[in-house]
Structures are given as structure tokens and as C-alpha cells.
Design a protein around this ligand. Structure first.
Ligand code: ING
Length: 311
């Protein structure tokens, strides 16, 4: 019996600073309904899906910053999403800005949750690779202040048995780092879900702007193939608060092939019926870690710890 999982990558168009959570949640609920009507079992929303990507501008006031975060999930504003998921019997992955208070201390993370078809939370991931910087760059057309607004994730990369397979999550810049997929695949991950806010211009490196789409897809396709995973990448696309961001939401098979991709820069569902057993030719043969991977022989590991400089 094939293990089929029909997934919707729910690409988001721009969200303005003035758009309320309620308005955004209504957009996400509409996408959830449309996905379910097209037979989807799981819908994947993007990074920081509830608001404009506020890391693109300087915020001094703490209360102003905290207003971009969710202090609980479900929160009153996001409860309709959880209720609709339960009513429709569809699972979802949601990226959001998480504010949590531990021992009286505030902690802010760039987070995603995996939610089951009954609306219960299966697992949570907090973004580890935070790109950009913590100080102001006034000469840049926009900022990337994730190192100022978020802490590095403290939950590691984790995979959970869910939706008939093994599912892991990462967020945006994580997809560019080879370790992300490998650490998830070593836990048996068959599907990796991620959202991203990716500008099509890098103020510090304009010379590679023309490669934005290529590097984005290359990272996910390589991660999928080298670890025998399905990879679902979901954009916040279009010009949001003056920042032009790539679309290119895509569903990538364990072969590394792009089997479905977006063609707009707005709200768009990219849907594919994923046969989870297509991971087998890669996990059980080409990249059978037990048979072929020999980490004990990788000298580089020693030099990486600074033990011995390269000869
Ligand atoms: N954004 C970008 C990302 O896709 C970036 C930052 C863009 C890094 C282009 C390198 C090149 O990784 C987020 N939010 O991580």
C-alpha cells in the first residue's frame, strides 16, 4: 500500500505592516479550505506567516517589537486556523515569531510548528541559522536584523512520526546549510518542511543577486537528493514593505527533481501528491548511511574542531 501524502505549499504574497493578524489568518484559512478541497492532507505556510517580515526594518521600542510576536499558540488571533484545521481534518505547518517568558526573562525566536489534523501541536522548531546582523545598516535599502530580534533556536533539528511518515522542519536560511538536512535525515526524516523570506537583492553582495533563485533551489534540491527526502519550500513572495522577495515555492522529490513550483508572486497553492516510498531508492541504496557513510574516517571533522590545522 503506497504511503501517499498530498501536500500544499501555501505561498504567501506580501503582507503590509498595517494588515491585522485577523486579516492574515483569514487569508490562511481560505488557503487551507482550498487545499482541503483539492485533496490535501497537509498545508505548509511560510516563515513568519502571520505578519510582514519585520526583520527588514529597524525597531527601537520594545513594545513595538513585541507586538510582532505571538505569546501563545494558538493565540486568540490564530485560534481560527486551528479550529478550521480540526473541522477540515488537515494538518499544517506554520511559521511565526514566538515570544516566550521563562523565569521572568523574555525570549524571542523565529519558530515553526507542525500541527496534526485534530489541531494538536506535534512539534516545534526554532530557527538556528540566523542570517544578517544585529546592528543598523543605514546605507542598505532594507535591513536583515534577525540577529537583533531573535535568539538562536534551542530545540535542535527534530523529526516526528506524522502524516504516515517522518516529518522535520527548518526555516529559511537553514535550507542553505548542508547540516540541516543531514541531521534531520539521521533521525529518519522523509519530508522537510520550510518557509522563507528571501529578498532578490543582497545589499552586501549585489554581485550574486542574479543567482538568488538558483541558490535557493540548488540548496533544497541538493538537500533532498543527498538525504533522500521530500523538501517543501514556501515563499513569502512579492514586494513587501518595499522589499522585493523571490517566489519559487517548490515541492522537491527525493530524486532532487522539482515536481511542482509556483508561477506567481502572490498567494498561490502549489500541490503535489507525494509518494513517501520514493525515499527508498536513496535512503536504502545510494545514501544508505549504515552501509556507505564512514564518519569515523572523515579527517575534516578533526580540523573543524581546530584540533589540527589542514596540512
Ligand atoms: N532570508 C534569507 C535566506 O533566504 C539570505 C537571507 C538571502 C541569505 C540571500 C543569503 C542569500 O536565507 C532569511 N530570512 O533567512
Amino acid at each position: 500500500m503506497p504511503r501517499l501524502l498530498t501536500i500544499a505549499a501555501a505561498q504567501s504574497g506580501p503582507i503590509s505592516r498595517q494588515t491585522s493578524r485577523a486579516e492574515v489568518v483569514a487569508r490562511l484559512v481560505e488557503q487551507m479550505r482550498a487545499a482541503r478541497a483539492r485533496g490535501c492532507d497537509l498545508i505548509v505556510f511560510t516563515e513568519c506567516a502571520l505578519t510582514a517580515f519585520f526583520s527588514h526594518w529597524w525597531i527601537e521600542d520594545e513594545a513595538e517589537l513585541d507586538a510582532w510576536f505571538e505569546r501563545a499558540l494558538p493565540s486568540p488571533a490564530t485560534q481560527p486556523l486551528f479550529d478550521e484545521a480540526r473541522r477540515l481534518g488537515i494538518g499544517f505547518c506554520l511559521g511565526y515569531a514566538e515570544l516566550t517568558v521563562e523565569a521572568g526573562v523574555k525570549h524571542r525566536y523565529n519558530t515553526s510548528v507542525l500541527v496534526d489534523t485534530d489541531g494538536s501541536i506535534i512539534g516545534k522548531y526554532r530557527k538556528i541559522h540566523l542570517p544578517g546582523y544585529a546592528d543598523r545598516h543605514p546605507h542598505h535599502p532594507f535591513q536583515n536584523l534577525e540577529k537583533r530580534y531573535f535568539e538562536v533556536g534551542n530545540l535542535g533539528f527534530r523529526a516526528w512520526r506524522a502524516f504516515g511518515g517522518v516529518v522535520g522542519m527548518c526555516i529559511c536560511n537553514d535550507r542553505r546549510w548542508v547540516e540541516t538536512y543531514r541531521v534531520l535525515a539521521l533521525q529518519g526524516a522523509e519530508v522537510v518542511l520550510l518557509g522563507y523570506n528571501t529578498p532578490d537583492h543582497i545589499p552586501d553582495q549585489p554581485e550574486i543577486d542574479h543567482l538568488c533563485d538558483f541558490h535557493h533551489l540548488l540548496s533544497m534540491q541538493a538537500g533532498a537528493y543527498q538525504n533522500g527526502c521530500w523538501v517543501v519550500g514556501v515563499a513569502k513572495a512579492g514586494v513587501e514593505e518595499g522589499v522585493s522577495q523571490i517566489g519559487q515555492s517548490a515541492i522537491i522529490a527525493p530524486s532532487g527533481e522539482i515536481v511542482a513550483r509556483s508561477s506567481t508572486l502572490g498567494d498561490e497553492l502549489v500541490i503535489y501528491r507525494c509518494d513517501l516510498d520514493l525515499v527508498k531508492p536513496y535512503k536504502e541504496r545510494l545514501f544508505n548511511f549504515a552501509k556507505h557513510r564512514r564518519i569515523e574516517h572523515y579527517q575534516l571533522i578533526a580540523t573543524q574542531t581546530g584540533a589540527t590545522p589542514p596540512r
